[in-house]
Design a protein around this ligand. Sequence first.
Ligand SMILES: [Zn+2]
Length: 422
Amino acid sequence: MRLLWSLALLLVLASAATLKDSPKARYDGYAVYRLSVKNKLQLAVVEQLSQLSSKYNIWKDYDEHSQQVHIMVAPAELQHFQALVSLHAISSEQIIENVQDLIDAEQVTPAADSAPFGWTRYYELAEIEAWLDSVLAAYPTVTEEFVVGQSYEGRTIRGIKISHKAGNPGIFIESNIHAREWITSASATWFINELLTSQEPAVRSLADSYDWHIVPVFNVDGFAYSHAKNRMWRKTRQPHATNECIGVDANRNFDSHWLENNGASSNPCSETFAGDVPGSEPEAKALTEYLQKIANEFSVYISFHSYGQYLLSPYGHTKEEFPDNYDDLLQIGEAFATAIEALPYGTAYRYGSTADVLYVATGTSVDWVYNELNKKVAFTIEYRDQGRYGFLLPPVQILPNCQELMAGMLALIGKTQELGYL
Ligand SMILES: [Zn+2]
């Protein structure tokens, strides 16, 4: 009897502990491996692992060009993982030894950084929004706030429109739809700042000649969660009706070839869960409604992501077909990649359609805008790097990445204009 009572008490204590606010996830001893996958059996093994969401986490999905997968492995699984890859003769290489070390390093603020906001560290949502407010207050004649809508948890998805004169063609930038891709919102805020403050003639022309609609943090719930609770969070934060796994990959939730061709997952625990229906996520639904409302105000759509160094155009749902204007999109891609590679860093970007250059991905915002709003210039940028740091790009690389963004963007918009789309 006493034993039963103790057991019951233990259970009560345990459930009370889970009810309490959960501590921040730590990644001590978590390693990231680059797997080289040579055949379908090996790929099936890796896909099986990726379904075990608490033990394994896909950082970069398999693509046919590199034939590689980047996968994070929990320390308790390392032995099993190594046995499994060796059993199936999958060659593996450790690219990150301890994820927590990189998370800790990312939080170190340089001693010289006393500015309230800058680009030598990453900021939380509240800090980014306070900065946005200060920018709106400092440049009242050329900036204007807009609201895309509300997130599942009730946050406001905010954007800034920068317009130096009436009648400019518009460019829409959506950033940080994937929560853990922090370099994307850092690059978006830097880009906003450049459009408002740069004295470089080429940047001034970019700022003066176009209307910019920029959402620096789109997945506000996920981004807040990635700061407060789990650095590696990717999805939205809406619970599932019947499964305990939370959230949807917002960039697989749009109503364009939704869930076709294995371009997303129907498993709520997958990092690429498409949702139970298209537009199930309030964020994706709000964005489609907002973009429909302002459809005649923009001609170019760009979505910021990391990582891998790609400029990706439609289509995502198939590599058997290409858009009508694919030759133009390739020309724009070549201009973008050439401009970035010419910088002293020599960073190489690949370009082409998502399905051809990377992998099949369905229900993305970029494909939805291309297919449903008929915006013929729509791209995904996948920023640095190629896996050395992955999502945990060190703060010292924020500014170099931003320089690459500007060089690439000048070339991208220049070529887009030359081809008659702007
Ligand atoms: Zn992404």
